[in-house]
Design a protein around this ligand. Sequence first.
Ligand code: SF4
Length: 363
Amino acid sequence: MDIPGTKLLRNKDFTNQIIKNIKKICQNLNRVKIMHVCGTHEHTISKYGLRSLLPKNIEILSGPGCPVCVCPAADIDKAVELGKRKDTIITTFGDMIRVPATNISLAELKARGADVRIVYGPHDAIKIAQDNPNKEVVFFAIGFETTVPLIGYEILNTPPSNFSVICAHKLIPAALELLISQSKLNIDGFISPGHVATIIGLQPFCLFSDAYRIPNVIAGFEPNDVLLAILMILRQKIEKKYETLNEYTRVVKPEGNKKAQEIINQVFKQVSSPWRGIGRIMDGGLAIKSEFAQYDADQKFDIQLPKSQDIPPGCSCHLVMVGKLYPYECKLFRKDCTPLNPIGPCMVSMEGTCQIYYKYYNP
Ligand code: SF4
């Protein structure tokens, strides 16, 4: 079966053909655990009920694929602390402002009168800095490899001196390695995020297939993309081949986006970085290089923070994020914790596993 052209992406006959092939292979397999690490993949899987189409011996786990969810409380506390200053405007992506931090979220800080603004990206924040030369404008930058080049590009273009960035970017491949080596989840295969691979290419993912002998498929975001990725993993398992394959060939080039990689390497360096609920991951994040220190809020401001708290009492986000618990197994799910009143980060974002389950699963 070939990788589909765009016409087949939502074609029901093609879906049935993939499912038939999956079922056939599964007759010869015991339990198979496949993990994805992308909120958009979970969204596709849940929205289209893909789990219900699969044989009972396939389990699809949701990994730490929501950038808002893995952002540590300490970084939000930092933004809150800076936002308390009368001369400072905090800017960030929409989902980020409602995420619970140690004491208050950015939304609560805004309700108390601070100037916190939602923007579509760093370019908007720079415009705000240009329009407010007497204020400091801080862009709270979160996200995986997909959002990093945008910020690097803006920094290379010499933004105004009253603009700076809280750099809370995380890197996906390092997290996958940690999941394999520490979680004892016995993962049989990874569905890796196509948009991340669009930037970094296939090579950083090859570690999993080469060193750990775990099949890895870079997948797109349509239902048939995800199903095909599952089939490609199962085939590797049955044939005892362990490769990194590209299902998302219509977008992902093996070498990734060289220009974007160049920008990332110019502006950022890989650092050991804390992931909310998971802990510090070696090479799991990015920091701004010292040449661009004037745009790095960490280096520009003296920020004193109290000890932070990542996981509120009773919340199980740290288990949900590594696939050890389904959201409906958390005792607060749908009761105390809802999208209108989120207790943990996984219920805030549209890419958070708890919010997706809240929307699509009604046990
Ligand atoms: S349902 Fe709420 S409290 Fe429970 S793990 Fe999810 S976000 Fe945390």
